[in-house]
Design a protein around this ligand. Structure first.
Ligand code: V47
Length: 351
Protein backbone atom coordinates (compact mmCIF):
# COMPACT_ATOMS: atom_id res chain seq x y z
CA UNK A 1 0.00 0.00 0.00
CA UNK A 2 1.11 3.53 -0.78
CA UNK A 3 2.30 5.55 2.21
CA UNK A 4 0.06 8.47 3.10
CA UNK A 5 1.59 11.89 2.52
CA UNK A 6 1.98 14.13 5.59
CA UNK A 7 1.32 17.87 5.97
CA UNK A 8 4.90 19.16 5.65
CA UNK A 9 5.68 16.90 2.72
CA UNK A 10 2.48 17.96 0.95
CA UNK A 11 3.32 21.66 1.37
CA UNK A 12 6.76 21.01 -0.12
CA UNK A 13 5.22 19.53 -3.28
CA UNK A 14 4.62 23.08 -4.48
CA UNK A 15 8.42 23.56 -4.66
CA UNK A 16 8.72 20.91 -7.35
CA UNK A 17 9.58 22.76 -10.54
CA UNK A 18 9.46 19.78 -12.85
CA UNK A 19 5.82 19.55 -13.87
CA UNK A 20 6.43 16.14 -15.46
CA UNK A 21 7.25 14.75 -12.02
CA UNK A 22 4.02 16.09 -10.52
CA UNK A 23 2.03 14.86 -13.49
CA UNK A 24 3.58 11.38 -13.15
CA UNK A 25 2.90 11.23 -9.39
CA UNK A 26 -0.74 12.29 -9.77
CA UNK A 27 -1.31 10.11 -12.83
CA UNK A 28 -0.04 6.99 -11.08
CA UNK A 29 -2.69 7.52 -8.37
CA UNK A 30 -5.48 8.42 -10.82
CA UNK A 31 -4.71 5.23 -12.78
CA UNK A 32 -4.85 3.08 -9.64
CA UNK A 33 -8.21 4.60 -8.75
CA UNK A 34 -9.85 5.22 -12.10
CA UNK A 35 -7.80 3.45 -14.76
CA UNK A 36 -8.10 5.08 -18.18
CA UNK A 37 -11.59 6.42 -17.54
CA UNK A 38 -12.70 10.02 -17.69
CA UNK A 39 -16.18 10.33 -16.21
CA UNK A 40 -18.85 12.74 -17.40
CA UNK A 41 -22.60 13.06 -16.93
CA UNK A 42 -25.57 14.55 -18.74
CA UNK A 43 -26.82 17.31 -16.50
CA UNK A 44 -28.15 20.81 -16.10
CA UNK A 45 -28.04 23.37 -13.32
CA UNK A 46 -30.88 25.23 -11.66
CA UNK A 47 -29.97 28.49 -9.90
CA UNK A 48 -33.30 29.61 -8.38
CA UNK A 49 -32.06 33.03 -7.22
CA UNK A 50 -28.96 35.19 -6.93
CA UNK A 51 -30.35 37.44 -4.21
CA UNK A 52 -28.32 36.58 -1.13
CA UNK A 53 -27.88 37.70 2.47
CA UNK A 54 -24.21 36.73 2.41
CA UNK A 55 -21.56 39.11 1.13
CA UNK A 56 -18.79 36.80 -0.07
CA UNK A 57 -16.07 38.99 -1.50
CA UNK A 58 -15.26 36.57 -4.33
CA UNK A 59 -18.83 36.39 -5.60
CA UNK A 60 -19.79 38.12 -8.85
CA UNK A 61 -23.22 36.56 -8.88
CA UNK A 62 -24.96 37.86 -5.75
CA UNK A 63 -27.37 40.76 -5.69
CA UNK A 64 -28.56 42.58 -2.58
CA UNK A 65 -32.29 42.61 -3.36
CA UNK A 66 -34.79 41.64 -6.05
CA UNK A 67 -35.00 45.17 -7.46
CA UNK A 68 -31.24 45.34 -8.16
CA UNK A 69 -30.13 45.21 -11.77
CA UNK A 70 -29.25 41.64 -12.75
CA UNK A 71 -31.18 40.08 -9.83
CA UNK A 72 -33.50 37.12 -10.32
CA UNK A 73 -35.68 34.96 -8.09
CA UNK A 74 -37.74 32.20 -9.67
CA UNK A 75 -41.27 31.45 -8.56
CA UNK A 76 -42.35 27.80 -8.40
CA UNK A 77 -44.12 27.98 -11.82
CA UNK A 78 -40.96 29.54 -13.29
CA UNK A 79 -38.88 26.69 -11.88
CA UNK A 80 -41.16 24.12 -13.52
CA UNK A 81 -40.96 25.95 -16.86
CA UNK A 82 -37.18 26.22 -16.60
CA UNK A 83 -36.84 22.48 -15.89
CA UNK A 84 -38.97 21.68 -18.94
CA UNK A 85 -36.80 23.97 -21.07
CA UNK A 86 -33.42 22.63 -19.89
CA UNK A 87 -34.18 18.93 -19.51
CA UNK A 88 -33.22 16.76 -22.47
CA UNK A 89 -33.97 13.03 -22.71
CA UNK A 90 -31.14 10.97 -21.25
CA UNK A 91 -30.09 13.56 -18.66
CA UNK A 92 -29.46 11.98 -15.27
CA UNK A 93 -28.85 14.90 -12.92
CA UNK A 94 -30.05 18.36 -11.97
CA UNK A 95 -27.63 20.38 -9.83
CA UNK A 96 -29.42 22.97 -7.69
CA UNK A 97 -27.50 25.76 -6.01
CA UNK A 98 -28.32 29.39 -5.66
CA UNK A 99 -28.31 31.80 -2.78
CA UNK A 100 -29.68 32.44 0.68
CA UNK A 101 -32.57 34.76 -0.14
CA UNK A 102 -33.42 37.26 2.64
CA UNK A 103 -37.17 36.64 2.38
CA UNK A 104 -37.32 32.88 1.72
CA UNK A 105 -37.29 30.30 4.45
CA UNK A 106 -36.71 26.55 4.28
CA UNK A 107 -40.27 25.99 2.99
CA UNK A 108 -39.41 27.73 -0.30
CA UNK A 109 -36.32 25.52 -0.72
CA UNK A 110 -38.41 22.42 0.02
CA UNK A 111 -41.01 23.51 -2.53
CA UNK A 112 -38.27 23.96 -5.16
CA UNK A 113 -37.36 20.28 -4.70
CA UNK A 114 -41.03 19.25 -4.88
CA UNK A 115 -41.50 21.25 -8.10
CA UNK A 116 -38.40 19.75 -9.71
CA UNK A 117 -39.40 16.25 -8.65
CA UNK A 118 -42.87 16.77 -10.12
CA UNK A 119 -41.54 18.10 -13.43
CA UNK A 120 -38.59 15.83 -14.24
CA UNK A 121 -38.59 12.06 -14.85
CA UNK A 122 -37.75 9.96 -11.79
CA UNK A 123 -34.50 8.88 -13.50
CA UNK A 124 -33.04 12.36 -12.89
CA UNK A 125 -31.13 12.57 -9.59
CA UNK A 126 -31.43 15.79 -7.61
CA UNK A 127 -28.12 17.10 -6.30
CA UNK A 128 -29.15 20.02 -4.18
CA UNK A 129 -28.04 22.76 -1.88
CA UNK A 130 -24.61 23.63 -0.58
CA UNK A 131 -23.84 23.27 3.14
CA UNK A 132 -24.21 27.05 3.47
CA UNK A 133 -27.78 26.92 2.18
CA UNK A 134 -28.48 23.92 4.43
CA UNK A 135 -27.09 25.84 7.42
CA UNK A 136 -29.44 28.76 6.74
CA UNK A 137 -32.39 26.38 6.31
CA UNK A 138 -31.53 24.89 9.71
CA UNK A 139 -31.63 28.40 11.18
CA UNK A 140 -34.96 29.36 9.56
CA UNK A 141 -36.58 26.05 10.56
CA UNK A 142 -34.97 25.48 13.95
CA UNK A 143 -34.18 21.93 12.75
CA UNK A 144 -30.91 20.11 13.32
CA UNK A 145 -28.94 19.24 10.14
CA UNK A 146 -29.71 15.50 10.53
CA UNK A 147 -33.46 16.20 10.64
CA UNK A 148 -33.47 18.71 7.78
CA UNK A 149 -31.30 16.54 5.56
CA UNK A 150 -33.48 13.52 6.22
CA UNK A 151 -36.52 15.56 5.16
CA UNK A 152 -34.77 16.77 2.00
CA UNK A 153 -33.84 13.18 1.24
CA UNK A 154 -37.47 12.13 1.62
CA UNK A 155 -38.48 14.92 -0.78
CA UNK A 156 -36.10 13.52 -3.41
CA UNK A 157 -32.62 14.97 -2.86
CA UNK A 158 -30.00 12.26 -3.34
CA UNK A 159 -26.69 14.10 -3.11
CA UNK A 160 -25.19 17.42 -2.00
CA UNK A 161 -22.88 19.54 -4.16
CA UNK A 162 -19.58 20.64 -2.69
CA UNK A 163 -20.07 24.41 -2.65
CA UNK A 164 -19.54 26.82 0.19
CA UNK A 165 -16.33 25.19 1.44
CA UNK A 166 -14.08 27.96 0.05
CA UNK A 167 -11.05 27.77 2.42
CA UNK A 168 -11.69 26.47 5.92
CA UNK A 169 -8.96 28.50 7.63
CA UNK A 170 -10.82 30.95 9.97
CA UNK A 171 -8.55 33.92 9.25
CA UNK A 172 -8.83 33.61 5.46
CA UNK A 173 -12.54 32.95 5.77
CA UNK A 174 -13.04 36.04 7.92
CA UNK A 175 -11.61 38.08 5.05
CA UNK A 176 -13.35 36.48 2.07
CA UNK A 177 -16.72 35.33 3.43
CA UNK A 178 -17.09 36.49 7.04
CA UNK A 179 -20.80 36.04 7.55
CA UNK A 180 -21.67 32.51 6.43
CA UNK A 181 -21.27 29.01 7.90
CA UNK A 182 -17.67 28.54 9.02
CA UNK A 183 -15.40 25.64 8.08
CA UNK A 184 -16.33 23.62 11.16
CA UNK A 185 -20.03 23.95 10.38
CA UNK A 186 -19.47 23.05 6.70
CA UNK A 187 -17.76 19.82 7.80
CA UNK A 188 -20.50 19.09 10.39
CA UNK A 189 -23.20 19.40 7.73
CA UNK A 190 -21.39 17.07 5.33
CA UNK A 191 -20.84 14.60 8.15
CA UNK A 192 -24.57 14.73 8.93
CA UNK A 193 -25.36 14.25 5.22
CA UNK A 194 -23.10 11.19 5.05
CA UNK A 195 -24.81 9.75 8.15
CA UNK A 196 -28.17 10.32 6.48
CA UNK A 197 -27.00 8.30 3.47
CA UNK A 198 -26.47 11.25 1.13
CA UNK A 199 -23.33 11.26 -1.01
CA UNK A 200 -21.59 14.65 -1.20
CA UNK A 201 -18.81 16.50 -3.00
CA UNK A 202 -16.23 18.89 -1.59
CA UNK A 203 -14.79 22.03 -3.17
CA UNK A 204 -11.89 24.37 -2.44
CA UNK A 205 -11.80 27.91 -3.77
CA UNK A 206 -8.15 28.66 -4.56
CA UNK A 207 -5.99 31.32 -6.14
CA UNK A 208 -6.95 34.36 -4.05
CA UNK A 209 -5.42 35.35 -0.66
CA UNK A 210 -4.83 31.84 0.68
CA UNK A 211 -1.39 30.21 0.96
CA UNK A 212 -0.30 26.69 0.03
CA UNK A 213 -0.47 25.84 3.75
CA UNK A 214 -4.15 26.86 3.85
CA UNK A 215 -4.85 24.65 0.82
CA UNK A 216 -3.12 21.64 2.36
CA UNK A 217 -4.90 22.14 5.70
CA UNK A 218 -8.21 22.37 3.84
CA UNK A 219 -7.50 19.08 2.07
CA UNK A 220 -6.38 17.41 5.30
CA UNK A 221 -9.64 18.39 7.05
CA UNK A 222 -11.53 16.71 4.20
CA UNK A 223 -9.26 13.66 4.32
CA UNK A 224 -9.91 13.30 8.05
CA UNK A 225 -13.68 13.44 7.61
CA UNK A 226 -13.51 11.02 4.69
CA UNK A 227 -11.59 8.54 6.89
CA UNK A 228 -14.52 8.72 9.29
CA UNK A 229 -17.50 8.59 6.90
CA UNK A 230 -16.38 7.65 3.38
CA UNK A 231 -19.20 9.88 2.08
CA UNK A 232 -17.34 12.13 -0.37
CA UNK A 233 -17.40 11.15 -4.03
CA UNK A 234 -15.40 13.96 -5.57
CA UNK A 235 -13.13 16.87 -4.75
CA UNK A 236 -13.37 19.94 -6.99
CA UNK A 237 -10.63 22.56 -6.94
CA UNK A 238 -12.43 25.77 -7.96
CA UNK A 239 -10.24 28.43 -9.48
CA UNK A 240 -11.04 31.94 -8.23
CA UNK A 241 -12.29 33.99 -11.19
CA UNK A 242 -11.74 37.67 -10.72
CA UNK A 243 -14.20 39.65 -12.84
CA UNK A 244 -16.95 41.78 -11.30
CA UNK A 245 -16.36 41.10 -7.62
CA UNK A 246 -14.77 42.93 -4.66
CA UNK A 247 -11.59 40.80 -4.97
CA UNK A 248 -11.00 41.63 -8.66
CA UNK A 249 -7.72 43.41 -7.86
CA UNK A 250 -6.15 40.04 -6.94
CA UNK A 251 -6.17 38.76 -10.52
CA UNK A 252 -6.10 35.01 -11.16
CA UNK A 253 -3.73 32.09 -10.64
CA UNK A 254 -1.60 31.01 -13.62
CA UNK A 255 -1.66 27.65 -15.42
CA UNK A 256 1.28 26.16 -13.50
CA UNK A 257 -0.26 27.02 -10.13
CA UNK A 258 -3.61 25.60 -11.21
CA UNK A 259 -2.16 22.34 -12.51
CA UNK A 260 0.00 21.93 -9.39
CA UNK A 261 -3.13 22.35 -7.25
CA UNK A 262 -4.89 19.57 -9.17
CA UNK A 263 -1.90 17.23 -8.90
CA UNK A 264 -1.38 17.90 -5.18
CA UNK A 265 -5.10 17.39 -4.51
CA UNK A 266 -4.89 13.97 -6.16
CA UNK A 267 -1.80 13.09 -4.10
CA UNK A 268 -3.12 14.33 -0.72
CA UNK A 269 -6.72 13.15 -0.99
CA UNK A 270 -5.86 9.48 -1.18
CA UNK A 271 -9.29 8.47 0.14
CA UNK A 272 -11.53 10.54 -2.16
CA UNK A 273 -12.18 8.55 -5.33
CA UNK A 274 -12.60 11.36 -7.87
CA UNK A 275 -11.03 14.72 -8.70
CA UNK A 276 -13.40 16.80 -10.75
CA UNK A 277 -12.28 19.40 -13.26
CA UNK A 278 -15.14 21.82 -13.74
CA UNK A 279 -14.84 23.13 -17.29
CA UNK A 280 -17.39 26.02 -17.07
CA UNK A 281 -14.93 27.65 -14.68
CA UNK A 282 -11.56 26.46 -16.08
CA UNK A 283 -12.37 26.56 -19.77
CA UNK A 284 -12.14 23.51 -22.02
CA UNK A 285 -8.38 23.62 -22.71
CA UNK A 286 -7.33 23.86 -19.08
CA UNK A 287 -9.90 21.23 -18.15
CA UNK A 288 -8.27 18.87 -20.65
CA UNK A 289 -4.79 19.65 -19.36
CA UNK A 290 -5.89 18.93 -15.78
CA UNK A 291 -6.62 15.33 -16.86
CA UNK A 292 -2.84 14.91 -17.06
CA UNK A 293 -2.56 16.16 -13.44
CA UNK A 294 -4.85 13.79 -11.60
CA UNK A 295 -8.39 14.82 -12.61
CA UNK A 296 -10.68 12.03 -13.81
CA UNK A 297 -14.12 13.68 -13.94
CA UNK A 298 -15.17 16.50 -16.28
CA UNK A 299 -18.69 17.03 -14.92
CA UNK A 300 -21.29 17.38 -17.61
CA UNK A 301 -23.06 18.70 -20.64
CA UNK A 302 -24.54 21.64 -18.58
CA UNK A 303 -26.83 22.87 -21.39
CA UNK A 304 -26.17 26.55 -20.79
CA UNK A 305 -27.69 26.54 -17.33
CA UNK A 306 -25.18 28.14 -14.95
CA UNK A 307 -24.24 31.79 -14.61
CA UNK A 308 -21.92 31.74 -11.55
CA UNK A 309 -18.75 31.53 -13.62
CA UNK A 310 -19.67 33.55 -16.69
CA UNK A 311 -20.58 36.42 -14.33
CA UNK A 312 -17.12 36.03 -12.75
CA UNK A 313 -15.34 36.29 -16.10
CA UNK A 314 -15.08 32.72 -17.38
CA UNK A 315 -14.57 32.48 -21.14
CA UNK A 316 -17.44 29.95 -21.21
CA UNK A 317 -20.24 32.49 -21.58
CA UNK A 318 -23.00 29.98 -22.42
CA UNK A 319 -21.54 26.70 -21.14
CA UNK A 320 -22.72 23.76 -23.20
CA UNK A 321 -20.97 20.60 -24.40
CA UNK A 322 -22.19 17.67 -26.42
CA UNK A 323 -21.20 14.12 -25.53
CA UNK A 324 -18.93 14.25 -28.59
CA UNK A 325 -17.15 17.34 -27.20
CA UNK A 326 -16.62 15.64 -23.83
CA UNK A 327 -15.35 12.46 -25.51
CA UNK A 328 -12.86 14.50 -27.51
CA UNK A 329 -11.45 16.09 -24.37
CA UNK A 330 -10.82 12.64 -22.87
CA UNK A 331 -9.49 10.96 -26.03
CA UNK A 332 -7.10 13.87 -26.64
CA UNK A 333 -5.29 12.69 -23.49
CA UNK A 334 -5.46 9.02 -24.44
CA UNK A 335 -8.29 8.39 -21.97
CA UNK A 336 -11.74 6.91 -22.51
CA UNK A 337 -14.85 8.92 -21.68
CA UNK A 338 -17.55 7.00 -19.84
CA UNK A 339 -20.97 8.36 -18.98
CA UNK A 340 -21.75 8.06 -15.27
CA UNK A 341 -24.77 8.69 -13.11
CA UNK A 342 -24.60 10.87 -9.98
CA UNK A 343 -23.09 7.97 -8.02
CA UNK A 344 -20.32 7.06 -10.48
CA UNK A 345 -22.07 4.02 -11.88
CA UNK A 346 -21.00 3.74 -15.51
CA UNK A 347 -24.02 3.83 -17.81
CA UNK A 348 -24.32 1.56 -20.82
CA UNK A 349 -23.66 3.18 -24.19
CA UNK A 350 -26.75 3.76 -26.31
CA UNK A 351 -26.17 2.73 -29.90
O1 V47 B 1 -19.01 27.89 -3.16
C1 V47 B 1 -18.30 31.66 -6.42
C2 V47 B 1 -17.58 29.27 -6.09
C3 V47 B 1 -19.10 27.69 -5.58
C4 V47 B 1 -16.64 32.39 -7.60
O2 V47 B 1 -20.42 19.61 -6.34
C5 V47 B 1 -16.47 31.03 -7.37
O3 V47 B 1 -20.30 18.92 -8.38
C6 V47 B 1 -14.55 31.04 -8.56
O4 V47 B 1 -19.89 24.50 -5.49
N1 V47 B 1 -14.64 32.36 -8.81
C7 V47 B 1 -20.45 27.13 -6.00
N2 V47 B 1 -15.46 30.34 -7.86
C8 V47 B 1 -20.29 26.11 -7.13
C9 V47 B 1 -19.99 24.73 -6.65
C10 V47 B 1 -19.86 23.59 -7.60
C11 V47 B 1 -19.54 23.82 -8.92
C12 V47 B 1 -19.43 22.73 -9.77
C13 V47 B 1 -19.66 21.44 -9.34
C14 V47 B 1 -19.98 21.22 -8.01
C15 V47 B 1 -20.25 19.83 -7.54
C16 V47 B 1 -20.08 22.30 -7.12
O5 V47 B 1 -18.66 28.54 -6.61
C17 V47 B 1 -19.04 28.56 -4.36
C18 V47 B 1 -17.73 29.27 -4.59
O6 V47 B 1 -16.66 28.53 -4.07
N3 V47 B 1 -17.50 30.62 -6.63
N4 V47 B 1 -17.79 32.76 -7.03
C19 V47 B 1 -15.66 33.08 -8.36
N5 V47 B 1 -15.70 34.39 -8.57
Amino acid sequence: MRERIGREEAIKLWDIQDMNTLSAMATEIRREKNGQTVFYNKNFHLEPSNVCIHRCKFCSYRRECDTDSGAWTMTIPMIKEYCKEKYEPGMTEVHIVGSVHPEKDYKYYYSVIEAVKETLPSSVAIKAYSAVEIDDMCKSSGKAPEVLLKELRELGVSALPGGGAEIFDPEVRSKICPDKADGKRWLEIHEAAHKTGLRTNATMLFGHIESHIHRVDHMLALRELQDKTGGFDAFIPLLFKSANNPMSHLGEAGFIEILKTFAISRIVLDNIPHIKSYWPMLGKELCQLSLLYGADDIDGTINDSTKIYSMAGSGEKNPNMTVGDLEKIASGCGYKAEERDSFYNVLPKKS
